[in-house]
Design a protein around this ligand. Structure first.
Ligand code: CP
Length: 320
């Protein structure tokens, strides 16, 4: 039976059992236990309306490792430049035989909109400031491998939470699996309403790091910061960068994560990013296994459920 049903639009709607099942499937993918031609004859279409290195290439590798064909839509050269809408673009790719649309878009809710108009599966590869579910899954897998569990850990997520789809998906994913999540950053960059069961908000880095098992530094998203949220990057670095000295405040053996791409010397120092407590490259490696698991689940297990797919609630653009 399919874990996901029709689509992967976010982690917020998933239950802990669904997340655990996807992580178990990703472990099997990492061990080479999924049939290498499980997706032969299937077509995975990547539609990235924002730049990406890790997500796009790992979806491509994941699809090819399972025998699927991959097409990469380039918005700079596509007919969106002539005014074609996102939905018409999606319908066009579906009409060519795409079984999965992997969509990254600057608008929160864009994958949800597309999913309401197509019969094929949609995977959210990052929508605006909303969710990045496969990033959170690979973060969870990396932590589960490193500690043998997620429940009971304290995970400090530090930085530009406001603009971060990574932070939202991670906060929901880690808290659903029983971790204590601390969201920390300058007050204008940490929305208070993200606090909830298993998720607390604080603004002092020392407080967030105390007792932390995992410290996740977020990228300072200069391209989204139009409102002057912080006085300067230097000031941000002084107060919130993850440095070797600050890491000493965390639990002995605490590990460091970053979704990438990193601004070295801003949110994290090179010694920490490339040090022996860094999980950064293991996160990237796990991205392939997680995306194999998602594609495998959607394409080999969902056929029987196509006719009874639940309707996803609409996410309003700009709600978050
Ligand atoms: N973490 C992440 O989404 O990286 P890319 O933008 O390179 O895909």
């Amino acid at each position: 039976m399919s874990v996901l049903g029709g689509h992967l639009l976010g982690l917020e709607p998933l239950g802990p059992w669904q997340i655990q099942a996807l992580l178990d499937l990703a472990e099997r993918a990492a061990r080479g236990e999924l049939e290498p031609d499980a997706l032969r004859g299937r077509v995975v279409a990547n539609l990235f309306f924002e730049p990406s290195t890790r997500t796009r290439l790992s979806f491509e590798l994941a699809a090819r490792r399972l025998g699927a064909e991959v097409v990469n839509f380039d918005p700079e050269r596509g007919s969106v430049q002539k005014g074609e809408s996102l939905v018409d673009t999606a319908l066009t790719l579906q009409a060519m035989g795409a079984d999965v649309l992997v969509l990254r878009h600057s608008s929160s809710g864009a994958p949800h909109l597309v999913a309401r108009h197509v019969q094929c599966s949609v995977v959210n590869a990052g929508d605006g400031m909303h969710e990045h579910p496969t990033q959170a899954l690979l973060d969870l897998l990396t932590v589960r491998q490193a500690f043998g569990r997620v429940a009971g850990l304290r995970v400090a997520i530090v930085g530009d939470v406001l603009h971060s789809r990574v932070a939202r998906s991670a906060a929901w994913g880690f808290s659903k699996l029983g971790a204590e999540v601390v969201l920390c950053g300058p007050p204008p960059l940490v929305p208070a309403d993200l606090a909830g069961p298993g998720i607390v908000v604080c603004h002092r880095l020392d407080e967030a790091l105390e007792g932390a098992d995992v410290v996740m530094a977020l990228r300072m998203q200069r391209e989204r910061q139009l409102g002057g949220f912080i006085p300067s990057l230097g000031e941000y670095h002084r107060l919130y960068a993850v440095t070797p000295e600050r890491l000493r405040l965390a639990r002995p053996g605490a590990l460091v994560m970053h979704p990438g791409p990193m601004n070295l010397g801003v949110e994290v120092t090179p010694e920490v990013a490339y040090g022996d407590r860094s999980l950064v490259l293991r996160q990237v490696t796990n991205g392939v296994a997680v995306r194999m698991a998602v594609l495998y689940d959607l394409l080999t297990r969902r056929q029987a459920e196509l006719d009874v797919r639940p309707v996803e609630p609409m996410v309003l653009v700009g709600r978050l």
